[in-house]
Design a protein around this ligand. Structure first.
Ligand code: 4AD
Ligand code: MG
Length: 478
């Protein structure tokens, strides 16, 4: 058997002193022909491997370069050096893979996040990205744990779809027709009848509509999968491909929906705080360092860890859209004309408005409910006032909108009327309307943007730095 290795995380956490172990990993640094900092990705901490002078061939020592991969057999001993309690006294060192240190793009120094984005295939090997992606993993696991413990069924909704779930038209087409010479129909448009599916198809923007089919059978479901938006937004919060978690619950109204969303967010943060303490500690310090470069008034009031425990231990604020607009209209920022975009009832709040509410006014996550119907999707339940819908968005400090959700319109006549008003084709969504015909129930759900959540927990300012290989306008490398 090749692999009897022990992971460095386990080695550092357990007392293996005076035992012989095998470790494998990549060299971070090699000092004085004697001290190797070895990392295997299981933790941000390196294992110090000590080579006794004279015990190893010069030719082997030369090959211990940054990022070379090694197998080391050695004795675990207490460390005399600073920064670690144990180290590995090497008995046998085998080079698994050489690395040309001159050509290796990651030097043992601080690189900018922009530079690391260009070498995204190697950036996992840095401390920052190691921590970010271990936290991303922990959050994914915690999401499944949360829903599993509550009896939700995990549903895999389709990636390729013929319907536009949000009705916003921001879809990527999926086709096998020739781009140069597609077959045309009599009206002069592309004849999608000849396409692979016999009709036009797209990458999904949301699994919600199919999720509702599941919820009206299983009671409670959730999805967790990739979604796609062809919106040309070049911001630190938008991706063309992102992951979304969408729970959908039958027998559930807007308030139940908010309660679930709040405890869900708190649960996954709590999980990461417990299981990824070292990574979050590292990211907390990284952010503090980064913020030192900023002018005083641009710095966050709380450190990362402080912010996370605050969110876990305090209730989110809940206000209506109408109250939110009133707060903005009363704000010093509005009165001093600090907002770039105008504020009045009916606007789709811009991120400057959302950030004012969470960062300046409430200083905590805020759930905004009952938005004007004209800025929200067709499926949201219409309120009795005739103007608003039972929507809810959760706004998070530093991020803005992190969750979008609503109670759904379960009344067939009201739903059909709204779809007609908004030019959503009822015939194409016949299957969706069937749930309202055969035992309709009050139901609700929401979507959490996973990358925005990872940004919130890791403190990373740019969404491109919390997904392995970001897809954004004009960028599809790796
Ligand atoms: O508000 P959205 O568009 O809602 C939906 O898609 C609903 N079908 C969800 C539901 O009720 N089941 O998207 C939900 C969340 C947003 O709040 C945001 O966090 C994230 O998805 N999101 C994006 N994240 C990264 N890049 C983008 N381009 C995003 N668009 C939305
Ligand atoms: Mg939204």
């Amino acid at each position: 058997m090749f692999n009897q290795r022990i992971k460095i995380k386990d080695l550092l956490a357990t007392h293996y002193e005076q035992q012989e172990v095998v470790v494998m990993g990549w060299v971070r640094t090699f000092r004085n022909n004697q001290f190797i900092a070895l990392n295997d990705g299981s933790t941000g901490s390196n294992l110090q491997v000590v080579l006794e002078l004279g015990l190893f061939e010069e030719s082997l020592l030369k090959r211990i370069t940054t990022s070379a991969s090694l197998k080391v057999r050695g004795l675990v001993v207490p460390s005399l050096g600073k920064g670690q309690t144990i180290e590995l006294k090497a008995k046998e060192v085998e080079i698994l893979g050489d690395s040309d240190a001159e050509a290796y793009p990651l030097q043992p120094k601080k690189h900018s996040l922009e530079f690391l984005r260009e070498i995204a295939h190697l950036r996992f090997r840095t401390n920052t990205f190691g921590s970010v992606f271990r936290v991303r993993h922990a959050l994914s696991f915690a999401i499944h744990q949360f829903f599993n413990e509550r009896g939700f069924v995990y549903m895999h909704t389709p990636i390729i779809t013929a319907s536009d779930a949000e009705g916003a038209g921001e879809m990527f087409r999926v086709t096998t027709l020739s781009p140069d010479k597609p077959p045309m129909n009599e009206e002069g448009g592309v004849n999608f009848k000849e396409d692979f599916f016999g009709r036009a198809a797209n990458l999904t923007v949301s699994g919600q509509l199919e999720g509702e089919l599941g919820a009206t059978a299983f009671g409670e479901i959730y999805t967790f999968g990739p979604t796609f938006r062809a919106e040309n937004s070049n911001t630190a919060r938008h991706l063309a491909e992102f992951w979304m978690i969408e729970p959908e619950m039958a027998f559930c109204d807007l308030e139940d929906n908010m309660n679930l969303a709040e405890s869900f967010i708190q649960h996954i943060i709590r999980y990461a705080l417990k299981h990824n303490a070292a990574d979050l500690e590292f990211l907390d310090q990284r952010l503090a360092e980064e913020e030192k470069q900023l002018p005083q008034d641009k710095r966050s009031e709380m450190g990362l860890l402080e912010k996370l425990s605050f969110v876990v231990n305090n209730q989110f604020e809940r206000i209506t859209y109408t109250e939110a607009i009133d707060i903005l209209l009363q704000s010093p920022a509005y009165k001093k004309k600090k907002f770039q975009y105008d504020v009045k009832w009916g606007i789709d709040m811009q991120s400057e408005h959302e950030r004012y509410l969470v960062e300046k006014h409430f200083k905590k996550p805020v759930i905004v409910t009952n938005y004007p119907k004209d800025i929200k999707a067709f499926y949201m339940r219409q309120n009795d006032d005739g103007k608003t819908v039972a929507a809810m968005d959760i706004l998070a400090p530093g991020i803005g909108e992190i969750v979008g959700g609503s109670q759904r319109e379960e009344r067939l006549d009201r739903l059909v009327a709204r779809m007609q008003e908004m030019h959503i084709p009822t015939d194409e969504l016949w299957w969706y309307l069937d749930t309202r015909k055969f035992g309709t129930v009050p139901h609700a759900g929401f979507g959490l943007g996973f990358e925005r959540m990872v940004q919130f927990v890791t403190g990373m300012g740019n969404i491109r730095d919390v997904i392995a290989f970001p897809r954004t306008p004009k960028n599809c490398e790796f």
